[in-house]
Design a protein around this ligand. Sequence first.
Ligand code: TNX
Length: 502
Amino acid sequence: FLFVMASCSGVKTAEKTSAITAEIPALIPLPTEVNWRDEVYQLPKKNTICAAPGTETAAKWLEKLLISANLNPKMLTAESCGNWQLKLNKDLISSIGEEGYALTVNDSGILLESGSEAGLFYGIQTLRQFFPAQIETGKTGKIAFRQVHIRDTPAYEWRGSMVDMARSFFGMDYLKTHIDRMALYKMNRLHLHLSDDQGWRIQLDAYPQLTEIGSKSSVEGGRSGFLTKEQFSEIQKYAKERHIIVIPEIDMPGHIYAALRSLPELNCEDQSNINPAHVLPPEPYTGYKVGWTKFCMDNPKTYEFAQNVLREIAEMTMGDYLHIGGDEIEDPAYEEFILKIDKMVQDLGKTGIGWEEITKAAVSNNMISQQWHGKVNPKNKNIRQIESICSSFYLDHANVPGQPNTLNWCNKEGVSLADVYGFRSENPNALGMEAPVWSEHVLTDEMMDDRFWPRLMAVAEISWSPKQALDFEDFKQRLGRQGLRMKLMGIHHYPTPGIAWP
Ligand code: TNX
C-alpha cells in the first residue's frame, strides 16, 4: 500500500498520509524499550493471523482480539504467511526473559515474537491497547497503528493482587472479571485470603464443618459463602490460561476463629486461645478486630488439622505456592509453630509464603516473606520477599483522606495513587509487588473495584516497567487516556483527582 503511494506525486502522498493518523497509544504498563516511528500501518480489510508452530494458543487469543475489533481474521499455520505474524523462539529467553516479547509494526504488518507463551500473551495485551477503546464494546471504524518496535520484559516476576474473601465473600464472577483485568495489565499473581475469624471460604473433604458452619458468616453486612473444590479448580484454570498463578492462603495460627468455631475440639480445654471479650463462642464473629484468636498450640489436634488442611489444599493447588498467613499473633510457641508449618509445606513440595511476622522464626529458604511493614528479622536477612508495604500497597485504605468505608491506620492520609506509584524497592531480595484489599469495609463487587482501580494500574506499572522509565506525570496522563477503556469494560473505579478522566 505504501509502496503504491510512494510512486504517486509528492502532493498526493502528503494528502494520503495525512488522512491516516494514529496516536501513540497510552500503554500501561510502559514497555521496557519502545521506539515509535512517524509512519502508520493501516489495518487492511482482510487480515490473516499466521501462527508459527507452537503459537496456536496465542493465535486464539489474537483471533479473539481481532474479532472484538470487527476484523474477522483468517487463521493459517505457517512460518510466514499473513499480516499478523506470531513466532515462538526459545532462544529469545536469554535476551528478553521468560515473560518478554518483541513486537514490530511496520509496512508489512505486525510481528510478535517471544520465547514463551506468556510473552506472546503479554504482547497481545499490548496490542489490545493499540486498538481504540471502543473495541471493548464491539464498535470500531477504520483502524491504524503507529509503527513501532518494542522489546519488553518485566522488571519483577511477582506482580500481584490479593482479594480478602474471608471478611466478605467474592464469588466466581468477580474473580474471573478481576483476572481478566489483571491480565490486560500484565499482572500474574492472584492471592486469595481464604480464611479468617469472620469466615472460611474453601471446601475441604477432610472437614465438612468448615463450610457447613464456618463459611456462613462474614463481617457485618458482608456476603458469606465459599468456593467448592470444583470452583477452586475452575478459577485456577481460568487464571492459568491468562498466565496468572492463584495462591491460596489459609491464615494460621491467628485469624482462625471461623475454624475454631466449626471444630470446637481444636480449642484449648479452657478456651484461653479465644479472647471472650470479642465474641461468645460459638457465635459467629462479625466485627473488625484482629489478633484475638489463635490455635491452641499445645493441643495435638492443632497440628493434625494444619497437616490435613495443607495436604488437601496442596493437592488442589496448581501453582507452586501455599500461603500460610502467620500474621498478627503473639504466642510463646509462635516460632515453633511456624517452623513446623514450614516443614509441612516443604514436605508437600510447595513453596511457602507467610506475612512478614514469620521471619521472627528461623524459617527455611523455601519460605517467602510478604512484607507489610517492611521489617525483616536479622535471622532471615536473605529471605525472598514480596513487597506489600502498607503505606503503598494496602488498597483497602483511603484514596483521599476521609473516603467512606476505608482505613487509614498505615498513613493517616490513606494510600494515594502517588503513594502507590512512588514506591521503589531497594530490596535485592524482592521478587516483586502485591497489593491486597482487605474486605472488612468492602462489601460489594463495586466497592472492591473501586479500591483496586485505578491504583492497581500503578502497581502493574511499577512492577513491570524499568525504574528509570517511571514518571508519575506521564503515568497520570496515560491513565486518563485509559479511562474510556475502563468505562467500556465496566471497571468501576475511584475518580482519582488530578486525572483527566473522560
Ligand atoms: C492487617 S496486614 C491485617 C488484616 C487486616 C488489615 C486491615 C495483615 C497481614 N493483616 O488482617 O484486614 O490489617 O487493613
